[in-house]
Write a protein that binds this ligand. Structure first.
Ligand code: ZN
Ligand code: ZN
Length: 410
């Protein structure tokens, strides 16, 4: 690749300045796999250059993670890791920003007892409740970015010679985060403005309900009163902007917890807890999941929706046109950060507090009273396709097209 080091530096700068937007005097917490060391060094350099007071890096490694799931004592997965949650919560309360670098092998935990994985997710989710609440209400800045690993690239490009796969994944990632544009920062500003225009239209419409029609899908989703459509850029409690996902192509809001009825069929595999769930359908009645069936990963899906009561309800409704750069690249990433931004999607679990008027300042109980879902989990799954039509139903009962054949109708 031409000038790879230059591109990598630009990517790190973009993550630090547009993604997490670290401020002088702020602590930056980076979670990253050891394969991302070069990239993380560029991130720490940039963050200190801007004036970060401390950059704290929490390293992880897929080999050690797998070993832990294979060999650690069972109680490790059911005991709350309070020291870890305590650290994250304290850092968040003191105004730190949180950048996560992903390089996940989608099959990292293939063959591991799903019970162990779900115990781990449940315990960790419960321990991190306070931190997650701050994250879901934009109290703290956070950002997810990704870099290739060999195992991930092997999964995405099996038809390409092994030694070329990582480069090919780099190229694809650089394209999705607009690093191949002449001025990536300006390209991001323009992109975020375009997404905001879509949110503005939907916020003016105040649809009461969305009706999804596609092969295998006939789903009605009620939206709560005072719901707000949001997009890529957010503002934290100090007034600083950040972009939580790089890439991002979605506009999204919160569904009314008890207002989801019908059936929805997935259109892309979901990589969840180191396993693949694919070809699945979910049936809802008054918001609650009543039935799931999956061609692959049935057990993982059942564990996901059994994490807690909130894992049986939806917490996010997101719109992404079929004509978006990630979708048009026709690459299946087996990584939700990318695949959700190629497709209309929904999320099982917690809703974002900022998707409700005044929600950022509401207590958990107030959010629940306004019809938002809460859970220890939040997992996006993809349902979009070129065959999908979505209709918005206004308070007066007028039905208008929002998406036709997988793309914006306006
Ligand atoms: Zn989303
Ligand atoms: Zn989501």
């Amino acid at each position: 690749m031409i000038n790879f080091q230059g591109q990598l530096k630009k990517y790190a700068d973009l993550a630090v300045q547009i993604g997490i937007n670290v401020q002088p005097g702020q602590t930056l917490v980076v979670s990253a796999p050891i394969v991302a060391a070069d990239f993380v060094h560029l991130i720490t350099t940039k963050a200190y250059e801007i004036g970060a007071s401390l950059v704290k890096v929490n390293w992880n490694d897929e080999v050690i993670t797998r070993q832990q799931f294979e060999h650690a004592s069972p109680e490790i997965f059911t005991k709350a890791p309070t020291w870890f949650a305590g650290e994250m919560t304290e850092l968040a309360e003191n105004g730190a920003a949180f950048l996560t670098v992903l390089a996940e092998n989608p099959d990292a935990l293939k063959g591991i007892d799903p019970e162990r994985i779900s115990n781990f997710q449940k315990t960790r989710g419960a321990a991190l409740t306070k931190y997650r609440e701050m994250q879901m209400s934009d109290k703290v800045s956070w950002c997810l970015v990704a870099i290739p690993s060999q195992s991930w690239a092997d999964k995405v490009f099996p038809e390409v010679p092994a030694e070329e796969r990582v480069d090919k994944l780099w190229e694809a990632i650089f394209h999705t985060v607009r690093l191949d544009r002449e001025d990536p920062v300006a390209a991001w500003q323009e992109h975020l403005d375009n997404l905001e225009q879509k949110s503005n239209v939907l916020n003016a419409k105040k649809y009461k309900k969305l009706h999804y029609i596609a092969p295998g899908t006939d789903l009605s989703i009620e939206l709560p009163e005072g719901h707000l459509w949001a997009q890529g850029d957010s503002i934290n409690s100090k007034g600083d902007s950040f972009v939580a996902n790089m890439p991002t192509e979605e506009v999204f809001t919160a569904p009314l917890k008890t207002g989801v009825n019908g059936v929805v069929r997935s259109t892309k595999p979901l990589s969840y807890g180191g396993n693949i769930i694919d070809g699945f359908s979910i049936t809802f009645k008054n918001g609650r999941i009543t039935h799931v069936t999956a061609e692959k990963g049935q057990e993982s899906l059942e564990h996901l929706i059994s994490l807690d009561e909130g894992a049986k309800y939806l917490g996010e409704v997101a719109l992404v046109p079929h004509h978006s750069p990630i979708s048009e690249s026709n690459i299946l990433y087996y990584n939700t950060l990318f695949d959700e931004n190629a497709s209309n999607h929904l999320a099982i679990g917690t809703a974002y507090a900022f998707c409700l008027e005044g929600g950022k300042d509401m207590t958990k109980e107030e959010l629940i009273a306004h019809g938002l879902n809460t859970s220890v989990t939040h997992v996006d799954f993809m349902i979009g396709s070129p065959e999908m039509n979505i209709y918005g139903i206004t308070a007066d009962g007028v039905e208008e097209p929002v998406f036709l054949n997988g793309n914006w109708a306006f």
